[in-house]
Design a protein around this ligand. Structure first.
Ligand code: URA
Ligand code: SF4
Length: 200
């Protein structure tokens, strides 16, 4: 299964977004509320890629509007990266979760879901043609850079891709969960400053 048969060719971002709303490229559309497509300017020089929408994003329909997004906003401001100039998206466009009572608990997407959803991310990147892609967490890095990429070892390094460069860091949710949150935040900020320097 894959999103590829749902992705229109040579489409602008708005057309892609509408088409993604009807994607059945894997099973995640069944339980989720809606597709959460990327958001931001088509002329963005930087694309930031998360893992998948969270509980809040699934309800609202936009990426990074929950707790992880608030932490990201703060770090972007501190790193001197203008949030509104960034195109924000996710490696997987539907929320994957299990229900525990009234709560919906995030589940990491598997290799097959990441691969199935990749055509949407590829289409976004082809349309935007950014200078830099910032991968937020392992799922994004594995989708954008390479399945063998290890964020723990290779975070903060500038990687050359075919048409642009990439930097990976941890996911902002990992900063929120870290035992030493201040230290994790400082490292996250340092990686974003590296990204900022690449953009010059
Ligand atoms: N985490 C993500 O990876 N993406 C979002 O959009 C929200 C939380
Ligand atoms: Fe399609 Fe991606 Fe949603 Fe799967 S997660 S249904 S591939 S948009």
């Amino acid at each position: 299964m894959s999103a590829s048969e749902y992705v229109p060719e040579d489409a602008d971002l708005e057309t892609l977004r509408i088409a993604a709303g009807k994607c059945h490229g894997c099973d995640l559309y069944r339980e989720a509320t809606q597709t959460v497509f990327g958001a931001g300017p088509a002329a963005a020089r930087v694309v930031m890629v998360g893992e998948q929408p969270g509980d809040r994003e699934d309800v609202v329909g936009s990426p990074f509007v929950g707790p992880a997004g608030r932490l990201l906003n703060r770090a972007l401001a501190e790193a001197g990266i203008e949030r509104d100039a960034v195109y924000l998206t996710n490696a997987v466009k539907h929320f994957k979760f299990v229900e525990r009572g009234k709560r919906r608990i995030h589940q990491q997407p598997g290799r097959s879901e990441i691969t199935a959803c990749r055509p949407w991310l590829a289409a976004e990147l082809a349309e935007i043609d950014p200078e830099l892609v910032v991968c937020l967490g392992a799922v994004a890095a594995q989708s954008v850079i390479a399945p063998s990429f290890r964020v723990s070892r290779e975070r903060g390094q500038v990687v050359a891709l075919e048409t642009c460069r990439a930097v990976a860091t941890v996911h902002p949710s990992a900063v929120l969960r870290a035992p030493d949150r201040d230290a994790a935040y400082a490292e996250f900020l340092a990686d974003l400053r590296t990204a900022r320097a690449v953009m010059s």
